[in-house]
Design a protein around this ligand. Sequence first.
Ligand SMILES: [Zn+2]
Length: 332
Amino acid sequence: MLSAEPVADAETVFDGGWIIPGLVDAHCHVGLGADGPTDFDEAVSQAETERDAGALLLRDAGSPVDTRSMDDREDLPRIIRAGRHLARPKRYIPRLPIDVEDESQLPTVVAEQARWGDGWVKLVGDWIDRGVGDLAPLWSDDVLVKAVAAAHAEGARVTAHVFGEDALPGLINAGIDCIEHGTGITDDVIESMLEHGTALVPTLVNIENFPDIAEAAAKYPTYAKHMRDLYASCSARVGAAYDAGVPIFAGTDAGGMVAHGRIADEVAALRTVGMSATAALGAACWDARAWLGRPALEHGASADLVCYAEDPRSPGVLSHPEMVLLRGRVYG
Ligand SMILES: [Zn+2]
């Protein structure tokens, strides 16, 4: 535990460097790998990779694997679960989501996931509609209003995967708490996010996969072009959101197309859209902890810390912690 008072017989394990609260990956899938859902052992090894990179608090933005027993493991990062992804049939990556057959069932399913998880629910907000040949929203606006209200009634917040433009107004007007990716944000949407206090987790290291996604989707030229356009405008759009004051947090989207343990790369990517070194680190550390309602450096908090020989805001430092302390135990 952290103490603001001197501790008798304390042993010095780190001296003469920089110590920050455990890093936060605000969009991380434990139990999801390059080939889809993993077995439990691989999910554990993903969590260990995150720990060794200094990511000691993970917001799991949807996992097909039940990782709740990891909460009993002192050596693994803390996970805030959003339950399973909620999608409509054939409108997300196969084997990951709970498919909601009739969208009128969404508020009920959201309430179930809210009770199962750790304070978050994850919706798939848009995905390719193969009938249309382009990204399209999954849910009607009135259903979203009821679904978000159902989560809030359970004390949970809601976030949604959104790549394109069209799904954003309905989600934000319904009072959703966060948008994942958000490559389709326009100036109007930014205004609306500020009004509603909506956060953004842009997962910039995963957006780097958009050209490959477009390449693989040659059968759907409109969609492929849309993905390329979203990729081309991403930096400017996320930068505009940041400049306007939208709260932005660091998430890698590890699992699937992104390897685990890359939180430092996301912090570096946030610098490229105009965030200061301190703001970009805060988005993966103290600011993210405050947003998620978890302690940072305060008396009585768990000793979840990352130590660096040099200033972790300097290029290349964050990815190489000297030492990781989780629940007071030393790693690395
Ligand atoms: Zn994700």
